[in-house]
Design a protein around this ligand. Structure first.
Ligand code: AMP
Length: 193
């Protein structure tokens, strides 16, 4: 199938998946490979918390609990990042995370910057927990505890998973088996672009 990406135009991609599904790993490798910008709202927010900025102080509690940061704050920082990646294309990792965020992304950016492909990373629940525990040891992320992780999974189910239908209806959704070695998963993703 011919897509914008295969025609060499900048891809505008959303990686959709539960916490621990490998969005961050895959987004950063794919971005490097295809020259698109990796936009991670979670990384952006963690950096603000780490430097103790005013924004960081406002969002810290949400991240610590595993809750979503409110849309007024989140959209104010995420939409300009997306709009700024018009030339290079982008890979969104962790945004949008709810139907209202996806609608804002559809309505509030210029048509030429809108999402043109969504890839859902599918991983079994036991594997998500195993990966989270491994990451907790490697990276020491404050929200990688069993309790907060369960909350993040619940928030994913209630707020984010409806996006699967939202993007399927729009004809943009593809799914990949995201278990196995990161390189294999990356190849499966690239095969869909
Ligand atoms: P992530 O690194 O994508 O797992 O995000 C870590 C945390 O940052 C989430 O648990 C939320 O608290 C917050 N966050 C990241 N992206 C969003 C978003 N699109 N909407 C609301 N909160 C977000």
């Amino acid at each position: 199938m011919s897509t914008d990406a295969t025609r060499g135009r900048a891809p505008r991609l959303v990686l959709l998946g539960a916490p621990g599904s490998g969005k961050g790993t895959q987004a950063s490798r794919l971005a490097e490979r295809i020259g698109a910008r990796h936009i991670s709202t979670g990384e952006f927010l963690r950096a603000e918390v780490a430097r103790g900025s005013e924004l960081g102080e406002r969002v810290r509690g949400y991240l610590d609990r595993g809750d979503l940061v409110p849309d007024d704050l989140l959209l104010g920082l995420a939409l300009p990042l997306v709009a700024g990646a018009a030339g290079s294309g982008y890979i969104l990792d962790g945004f949008p995370r709810s139907i209202p965020q996806a609608e804002a992304l559809d309505r509030r950016v210029a048509p030429e910057v809108r999402v043109n492909r969504v890839i859902r990373l599918e991983v079994a629940p036991e594997e998500l927990v195993r990966r989270m525990r491994a990451r907790a040891q490697e990276q020491g992320r404050a929200d990688d505890t069993d309790e907060v992780f369960q909350r993040r999974l619940a928030v994913y189910e209630s707020e984010t998973s409806p996006l699967v239908h939202y993007y399927a209806r729009a004809g943009l959704l593809r799914s990949v088996d995201a278990e196995g070695a990161p390189d294999e998963v990356l190849s499966r993703i690239q095969a869909l672009l």
